[in-house]
Write a protein of this length. Sequence first.
Length: 253
Amino acid sequence: MFDQVLPYLDYLESWMADWDATLQMDDKRKLYSDISKYMRTYGKKPEAFQYLKMYHSLFQGESADLLKKPEVADQTIQLIKDAITLPVIIQFDDVLMLDSVKALKGTKQEGLVTLCEVFLSGTVDDLKEFQKKNGQLFDEHGLNFQDAMSKIRLLTLATMARGQSELPLDEIAKQIQESPSSVEAWVVRAISEGVIDGRIDQLNRKVLVKSAFLRKFEKEEWNFLDSKLSQWIDNLEEVIKFLGEQKNKVEDA
């Protein structure tokens, strides 16, 4: 009867708040886990991923013994596989911050965590190097290398576009290792999927960039944002100063 419950899942958090007095942590985890499984059965994989991430968020701060239990480890592997294979998932810092994901380090599944780190901040060359050393990991977990390459190309483009107002198409082609004749299609895809906001100047073979997706948000990104805000504030102060001067000229006249 899950299909009858599905339309009401938007109310789940408020329901759980009402049930909090009687709902144990294990109950909450099982609820998110079960919903994720049902979503997957219904072919709603992005939604299944989101509920599975809620499940893992409930393990923050737990002991290493609990995090390494087979049922938790299996769910962690599924979460990472979803993040890698789903085209709509391009954010990896929130996955890597989960304690259940960190717990895979030092185990035979550590390669999955390393692969997530490639998607967090790596390049096309980094993914190729990883695949060369860990080709069996793709086969073991049913991961498609070409799909992974498509994602890393888009993320590499996001990194290139950060803080830039324009990018030459030939430079993009070089960095994502695509032919100059097909690079426009990749830019169009990046724009349509929200990786960058901009448009293509076909005459000058450039991408005019308004903004770009940030693959991670750490100290470097905060400093970058701070510099941008300072620049905007300075620009606004100049505008206000100019308008004041013009107002005074009009009043004097």
